[in-house]
Design a binder for this molecule. Structure first.
Ligand code: TYD
Ligand code: MG
Length: 385
């Protein structure tokens, strides 16, 4: 028998190379090449339907029916908001986030709250009993929600062929594997192939598929950019695990805006929507001390009032420290340089610590003024009105 051909694949970006490389020339990451068996690209898909043939013939653009996307409300105001007003049927949605942040809870809560449609919750991480216990904790029950503990995509498609589902939830994409590919679950070729098959399934059967994706230590979704390109929508769940607030952010959305935010509170009985986010982002008891400034930032269609806290204190060790939570350190360096140059305050001998309250991560530059004001206020020990 001929020796199977192997190829080295970058686990970060999916680039291939015939020999092992220490540094990926495509994405610049180190130590990401793993040997995998080269796949036969002509392998037939696992299933084919009449729809495949129908799509294969070119159609005139005028002839294509353009009924608006079918959007369904999820019953969760914040989730609807980040999805651009509900889920679009036949779309593939990726939800990323750190372990323990509440990804499984969010989607299970959605799964049991859907009343008139069938939901398949497929978990490769927890047993149906564990999921049931979690659902009991959330306190909603549904007779249209099916649980399946399975990691083989072939078995999953078999089950889906028997019971038609309107929504499929996969927890998580990194646990799935297909027998077409000889690589461990979670490796980039498995993740890519399984996602590709689920995407075809979603489009051809008009089924909405949610994928939960783990994130790697750098904070992007593992098996990563490739996956983000394939799906329709990428949502990211963030927040400090030690705080009760969670922020759901849209990173990519083919059917809506990408700057929407959803805010939740993690309580005993699952995730609760937060209707007035500014309330949680402001800590009113501290407003009487120096180093605190409040800025307004636009996130999607909602203005948010965000509190910025700065502490400037003389540096005791050689190089002054700059440390931030929820704000880009490089941007802080730049703002400090501007303050130093324009206002003549000697920040190069001071440690500067910056915190955005509520565990929110801000990318909006409109907060720069609040950052400068907070730093200035702390430096001069002035209370801002
Ligand atoms: P989980 O959804 O398992 O996180 P992920 O799937 O992202 O890894 O969330 C687990 C955390 O949420 C865990 O620390 C317990 C907490 N939790 C609550 O506080 N209340 C609840 O009702 C539930 C179900 C979980
Ligand atoms: Mg989970």
């Amino acid at each position: 028998m001929a020796k199977p051909k192997t190829v080295f694949v970058c686990q970060n970006c999916g680039a291939e190379s015939p020999k092992w490389l220490g540094k990926c020339p495509a994405c610049g990451e180190w130590n990401t090449y793993v040997e995998e068996i080269k796949q036969d690209a002509t392998a037939p898909p696992l299933w084919s339907t009449a729809a495949t043939e129908k799509r294969a013939t070119p159609q005139k653009i005028q002839d294509i029916a353009t009924e608006a996307y079918l959007r369904y409300g999820t019953g969760d105001g914040e989730l609807d908001r980040v999805l651009g007003g509900g889920v679009v049927s036949g779309s593939l949605i990726l939800l990323g986030g750190e372990p323990g942040i509440g990804k499984s809870t969010l989607l299970l809560q959605f799964a049991v709250s859907v009343q008139d449609q069938t939901v398949f919750y497929i978990s490769g991480e927890e047993s149906p009993r564990q999921i049931k216990m979690r659902a009991e904790r959330i306190g909603i029950s549904s007779d249209r929600c099916f649980l399946l503990a399975e990691t083989s995509i072939e078995t999953i498609f078999n089950q889906l062929a028997q019971t038609r589902a309107d929504y499929v939830i996969i927890d998580s994409i990194q646990t799935l594997h297909t027998s077409r590919i000889d690589a461990v679950p979670g490796s980039i070729s498995q993740v890519r192939d399984c996602t590709g098959q689920l995407m075809q399934y979603a489009k051809q059967n008009e089924v909405t598929v949610f994928l939960i994706g783990h994130i790697n230590k750098e904070g992007s979704i593992a098996g990563p950019k490739v996956l983000e390109h394939m799906v329709d929508t990428v949502l990211q769940f963030e927040g400090d695990r030690n705080l009760t607030y969670r922020i759901l952010r849209t990173i990519k959305n083919r059917f809506g805006s990408t700057s929407e935010l959803g805010i939740y509170r993690m309580v005993e009985k699952g995730l609760q929507e937060v209707k007035n986010p500014s309330e949680i982002l402001l800590s009113d008891q501290q407003s009487q001390s120096s180093g605190v400034a409040i800025g307004a930032s636009m996130e999607g269609n909602r203005p948010l009032l965000i509190e910025v806290q700065a502490l400037v204190s003389p540096a005791t060790y050689g190089t002054p420290q700059r440390s931030t939570t929820g704000f880009d350190v490089k941007r802080l360096h730049m703002l400090l340089a501007v303050l130093e140059r324009r206002l003549g305050i000697r920040l190069s001998t001071q440690d500067v610590f910056l915190n955005i309250t509520g565990g929110i991560r801000v990318h909006d530059t409109s907060l720069d003024l609040a950052v400068c004001a907070a730093v200035y206020s702390s430096y001069h020990d002035l209370i801002l009105p």
